[in-house]
Design a protein around this ligand. Sequence first.
Ligand code: CP
Length: 304
Amino acid sequence: MKLSHVIESQQFTVPLIHELFARARQMEATVRHGGTRDYERRIMATLFYGSSTRTRFSFEAAMQRLGGRVLSTESAQDFSSEIPGEHLEDTIRIIGGMCDLIVLRSRERDGAKRAAAISPVPVINAGDGEGGQHPTQALLDLYTIQQECRTVNGLTVVFMGALDAGRTVRSLAYLLGKVERNRLIFVAPPEVQIAKDILRYLDDHGVRYELTSDPAKVLPQADVVYQTRIDPDRLRSLDVKPAAYNLDLETLARLKPSSVLLHPLPRSVEIDPAVDQDPRAAYFRQARNGLFVRMALLTMLLEP
Ligand code: CP
């Protein structure tokens, strides 16, 4: 199956997800053998309005492992000649005339959608504005769940942190709503709970979910814990104990032996580094999977 653009999680059907995962597994073998030259005539541009370590490096490594070349700018608002008031569309038209694919991290929630509407080449949303989406992160998250749990169906997935504006949680919730019989539990203080548009989507698709502010009640049920960033100052302003939603060795003891612990990273205080040694801590394997999933996506977008 060929893809035109990657803009939001909702566009991925279950067959498309399975094809992507099959390709990602092949890419693991390709990387073990040092990569391929299959895409040596192709050029990818990464245009990031904002900083990134994982997403930009893994896309760039992915293209280079496929034999392709990369044009890149981070903090494009500072390191390109885009002037205040210049339209994103103009920039995309220019860059799209020089490459075969654009990876875009926009500051605007609909930036990737607007770019795709006029781009002469495929556009990948590498994370858009606050409360937007990060679909390639969600795809690598789901791939990691498949690799770690040996299934993406029938799981209890606990999301914990500041969930209201988290684009990775939003995108993964959409994807988990596509696969079968999962139960999603959103754990956060009420003021930063998951947004209503996601709950409406889950309702419309018959996905079971619960909202709670009590981690202790639900962590023992989790097959997957998806921890996200939470600003301690924000919790203090809500009169919540800053450590209430953190994971440390004490909370880890409440998890099932088979649980898998994910985090899109970067992390701050919400996961104690002591947890890293536990075999259930899969977040560095998760980040590594970004390389294979993004290689697979590039092949699906660049296929003639
Ligand atoms: N997970 C993620 O998007 O990380 P970066 O901001 O480093 O790309």
